[in-house]
Design a protein around this ligand. Structure first.
Ligand SMILES: CCCCCCCCC/C=C/C(=O)SCCNC(=O)CCNC(=O)[C@H](O)C(C)(C)COP(=O)(O)OP(=O)(O)OC[C@H]1O[C@@H](n2cnc3c(N)ncnc32)[C@H](O)[C@@H]1OP(=O)(O)O
Ligand SMILES: NC(=O)C1=CN([C@@H]2O[C@H](COP(=O)(O)OP(=O)(O)OC[C@H]3O[C@@H](n4cnc5c(N)ncnc54)[C@H](OP(=O)(O)O)[C@@H]3O)[C@@H](O)[C@H]2O)C=CC1
Length: 284
């Protein structure tokens, strides 16, 4: 990871970064964030905590989550850590039960856990395709559905924000994740209608290229072309994505449901992302 990316993801820097939101915005509220041990999820969790929310954080690796929890506690915040693989229905169910038992309710759920590997689609092994679909479609779906069940049982209102990818154009090298996220966007639009009677809003944030440690999985030749990804000619920061998640979760989003907010520096209008390297055919 480059020093610039490390600095943008450093918890102290995230805690000190400027935000447009008022410090007590989420006083008395509870926010659940998946994949909170790194990258975008960490930035989202820290911003919720800075704005007064109590946290429930999950991910597969307890050590990463404990680092975040210790940091938030050192700032006076409250955190419940529940290591969870979001692909496993029993683990997702246990997560919500533990959160309910600990805090008595959940107000916000952010489904950020996910990821993929870059490879040209023609070469995907069935196991690789399935792993990405399982993480990003099935895992996110299980979390969304269980959150809605929580609010049906314990009363709303509630807000769900799913982190997806920009699906409007092709994204060579990650067709599996684009397929999975398109599924989540479709489900979001439908359940926004079904779950409105429960007081539940459901939205997505689609980040463009964002400067997290997650980018380390992309080959150096792909990383060299980052400045070509969008008209602003830079990756987004985890904080920029976190602020958009807060926008949808808080009162600022109270009339928004079933929507996808794209935060990509204009990348869906102009830019190129060759996540598995640029083929000769597309060289200038
Ligand atoms: C411009 C650039 C910026 C591009 C920026 C824009 C990109 C789109 C926007 C998204 C950006 C991001 O998400 S940023 C990054 C977010 N973070 C990540 O993606 C973290 C890395 N990814 C993951 O952990 C993934 O979830 C995943 C790889 C599926 C791991 O899931 P699992 O643990 O279940 O999977 P594994 O057991 O490791 O592997 C299961 C199978 O998957 C296949 N597989 C796994 N890794 C593979 C690989 N590198 N190459 C081929 N195939 C692979 C194999 O078939 C594996 O089986 P075997 O052969 O039997 O082992
Ligand atoms: N960075 C970018 O450019 C973009 C990122 N995104 C998406 O944003 C989200 C966050 O990415 P980013 O922060 O960059 O990358 P990271 O790899 O840093 O974050 C992904 C997080 O998800 C967790 N996770 C992955 N699979 C599971 C699982 N099955 N169950 C529970 N937790 C899981 C990981 O923790 P652990 O391995 O410990 O479980 C990790 O903390 C992902 O969905 C990503 O695809 C979308 C567009 C662009």
């Amino acid at each position: 990871m480059s020093p610039e990316i490390a600095a943008l993801n450093n918890p102290e820097n995230l805690w000190a970064a400027e935000t447009v939101y008022r410090p007590d915005l989420f006083q008395g509220k509870v926010a659940l964030v998946s994949g909170a041990g790194s990258g975008i999820g960490r930035a989202v969790a820290l911003l919720f905590a800075r704005l007064g929310a109590k946290l429930v954080i999950c991910g597969r690796t307890p050590e990463k989550l404990e680092v975040i929890a210790e940091f938030v506690r050192s700032k006076g915040g409250e955190v419940l850590v529940v290591p969870t693989n979001v692909r496993e229905p029993e683990q997702v169910d246990a997560l919500f039960k533990k959160a309910q038992a600990h805090y008595g309710r959940i107000d916000y759920t952010v489904n950020n856990a996910g990821g993929q590997f870059p490879q040209n689609a023609i070469d995907y092994a069935p196991k690789g395709w399935n792993a990405v679909i399982n993480n990003n479609l099935n895992g996110t779906w299980l979390m969304m559905q269980r959150a809605a069940q929580h609010w049906r049982e314990h009363g709303g209102p509630g807000s769900i924000v799913n982190i997806v990818v920009v699906i409007e154009r092709g994204m060579p090298g990650v067709a599996h994740t684009v397929a999975a996220r398109a599924g989540i966007i479709g489900a979001t639009r439908t359940v926004a209608v079904e779950w409105a009677p429960l007081g539940v809003r459901v939205n997505c944030v689609a980040p463009g290229l964002t400067a997290t440690e997650g980018l380390d999985v992309y080959p150096p030749e792909a990383q060299k072309e980052f400045p070509l990804a969008n008209p602003l000619k830079r990756p987004g920061t985890p904080m920029e994505i976190a602020e958009s998640v807060i926008y949808l979760s808080a009162g600022s989003g109270s009339f928004i449901t079933g929507e996808v907010v794209t935060v990509d520096g204009g990348g869906k209008l102009w830019g190129e992302l060759w996540t598995a390297g640029r083929p000769d055919y597309y060289r200038h």
